[in-house]
Design a protein around this ligand. Sequence first.
Ligand code: T46
Length: 136
Amino acid sequence: MSLFKYIDIKPLGDDRGDLISLEANQNIPFSIKRVYYIFNTEQLASRGFHAHKKLKQVAFCIKGQCNFILDDGSEREVALLDSPNKGILIEQMLWREMHDFSHDCILMIVASEHYDESDYLRDYDHFIKEVNLDKG
Ligand code: T46
């Protein structure tokens, strides 16, 4: 089973263009407490390099594209994110990295919790130890 769980949002388009609506506990599977977006990223820059203990998020590239890596401590997969109506659900204890941002990339993320630095695991070895503890 892939680490990537996609969320397809039906665009509400008409002859004027497209519109996407995200609704908590409807097409987004949690209550949304925070929205943030990443833009103007240097093309050679990479971001992420952490996991979250509790946070759930859905990430959409609402413009441009970037590569997303997910790693659960056993498997590591990469996927291109390049659609405003196809998001990825990132649940707890998944290491993530973002690479290869296009110059116009806008990565928008809806999150289940307010910002909390203590929820981050920013060291890969520490992440692996926590994953193994969870497995018992
Ligand atoms: C994630 C990936 C996909 C805040 O103060 N509030 C916020 O809501 C966020 C997201 C960040 N910050 C601060 C923390 C850092 O000082 O903004 C700075 C940059 O954050 P960070 O280095 O964590 O950014 P990324 O792009 O590496 O990671 C972000 C999210 O932090 C993370 O939760 O899953 O995007």
